[in-house]
Ligand binder design. Structure first.
Ligand code: GDP
Length: 200
């Protein structure tokens, strides 16, 4: 496991709330209900990330302090059908204020649900985020699709998200893919094996 210790550092509603940068940070983002809290809890080894009780309500950016050295940032979910214009604008404002500030961003994990076809909001998010850092796609809930379908789905997603650094099939139930994600974290945050990523 990459994460040895973790605590919620700051629940940031505004730019002024952002904590002092540490040695590096990674962002986790995806549609509401994609399985982001489940992934974070699997990485943390404990239940500390929470699902929003009201999907579509933009909460805040949650900065988790990991190993006293890094921030893992839980971005609010997007793409909830019934979200109001005000909430959509709030999301945009928060996210843009993050990217406008100088942060030691090392990578973005964009979560995509393997149980549904790729959504336009996912492709729009990818286009937006890839301008800021390397994007790693985590294909969630793969325990829910047939084994024989996993590689087909992975290839499909690879062709849709052109330029993604890797596509990692993941399940928070079976923990498949967890080792690979921990490996990516080690590479991007600790630079153990340099900067080079193979396109899988
Ligand atoms: P979030 O809104 O993105 O934080 O999503 P959650 O992690 O709260 O997950 C949303 C729903 O999907 C919950 O009912 C989870 O139990 C379920 N879920 C999340 N990950 C998985 C997974 O890997 N496999 C399965 N079968 N269900 C999952």
């Amino acid at each position: 496991m990459f994460v040895e210790n973790v605590e919620l550092d700051v629940d940031a509603h505004l730019y002024d709330d952002f904590p002092e940068p540490l040695n590096g940070e990674v962002v986790f983002v995806g549609r509401s209900n994609v399985g982001k809290s489940s992934l974070l809890n699997a990485l943390f080894g404990k239940r500390i990330a929470k699902t929003s009780s009201t999907p579509g309500k933009t909460r805040s950016l949650l900065f988790f302090k990991v190993n006293d050295l890094y921030h893992f940032i839980d971005f609010p979910g997007y793409g909830y059908a019934k979200v109001s214009k005000v909430e959509r604008e709030k999301w945009q404002f928060l996210v843009e204020s993050y990217f406008k500030s100088k942060r030691p961003l090392k990578g973005i994990f964009l979560l995509v649900d393997s149980m549904i076809p790729t959504q336009r909001s996912d492709l729009e998010a990818f286009d937006f985020f890839k301008a800021f850092s390397n994007v790693f796609i985590v294909l969630t809930k793969i325990d829910r699709i047939k084994k024989s379908q996993i590689s087909k789905k992975t290839e499909e997603v690879r062709s849709e998200f052109r330029g993604a650094k890797s596509i990692v099939p993941f399940s928070s139930v079976t923990k498949e893919g967890l080792t690979e994600i921990n490996g990516i974290l080690r590479e991007i945050l600790e630079k153990k094996r340099g900067d080079v990523f193979e396109q899988r």
